[in-house]
Design a protein around this ligand. Structure first.
Ligand code: BTN
Length: 249
């Protein structure tokens, strides 16, 4: 089905009832080179859905959105790749924030309910050439109508609201938001993207518990250009953390 309300995103949607991983498939398509920017691979069932940190992504057949988008953000330096993460995070939030209140983005890019678990995950795989992002596969898993999860911290829109949703309508809205914010980034409107990300960030400017090499109290001051998290410890020191170097407790 072709999406009417976008310029390039989702003009080419490849639907597969089953596949191993839409991210992996999209990466393979990129190697074949004949793929247009904005193409989307979507499935009802992944047999080997990939999560961050080498985890698997749990998603019950037919219930949720699991898809990958191919972008070619050659205007973006490899060093600035976190802007793409921010674009995707704020787009997901905007696509669902009229359904549920209290959604936040937990750095770097988990979409969570502030009290009630993770609702969406993002896995971005970049192909870098001459310090530019030649192409990027944006994998999104958004839990819509699944009620029971093996993963303790996972939840869904239907769990949080008590209702079931039309996942195709949510998909279309999300694609529109993604195109809008991606073009915003392409135009160089970086400040607006970062502001929106910080505005919706979980535990931003709140004192809380973290762990690096040891447990500590601190508050998030922001993110660096390269995506590192800035935390001020209660001892007064400022620290920068790359992905995996700090845990929220
Ligand atoms: C995370 O661990 O939070 C990231 C999860 C990303 C899951 C999505 S589902 C569609 C796409 N294909 C994959 O294999 N993974 C991503």
């Amino acid at each position: 089905k072709i999406l009417a309300n976008t310029l390039f995103l989702g003009k080419d949607v490849i639907y597969l009832p089953d596949c191993h991983s839409t991210n992996q498939l999209a990466m393979e398509m990129l190697k074949d080179k004949k793929v247009a920017e904005g193409s989307v691979v979507i499935t009802d069932h992944q047999t080997k859905g990939k999560g961050q940190r080498g985890n698997t992504w749990e998603s019950q057949e037919g219930k949720n959105l699991t898809f990958s988008i191919i972008l070619m953000p050659r205007f973006l330096d490899a060093m600035d790749q976190f802007y793409l993460n921010m674009v995707v995070s704020i787009s997901i939030l905007e696509a669902i924030d009229d359904i549920i209140a209290g959604l936040k983005v937990k750095w770097p890019n988990d979409i969570i309910h502030q009290y009630d678990g993770k609702i969406a995950g993002i896995l971005i795989e970049n192909i870098i050439s001459q310090s530019k992002i030649e192409s990027a596969v944006i994998g999104i898993g958004l839990n819509v109508n699944q009620r029971y999860f093996q993963t303790e911290t996972a939840t869904s829109l239907s769990n949080l609201s008590g209702f079931d949703f039309d996942k195709h309508a949510i998909f279309e809205k999300l694609i529109q938001k993604l195109e809008f914010h991606y073009l915003e980034l392409k135009k160089g409107n970086r400040k607006s993207i970062k502001d929106q990300y910080l505005k919706n960030m979980y535990r931003y400017h709140e004192m809380g518990d973290f762990e690096d090499k040891e447990k500590f109290k601190g508050k998030i001051l922001g993110v660096k250009e390269d995506g590192r998290l800035i935390i001020e410890k209660d001892t007064g020191s400022q620290n920068y953390y790359a992905f995996k170097e700090v845990k929220f407790l």
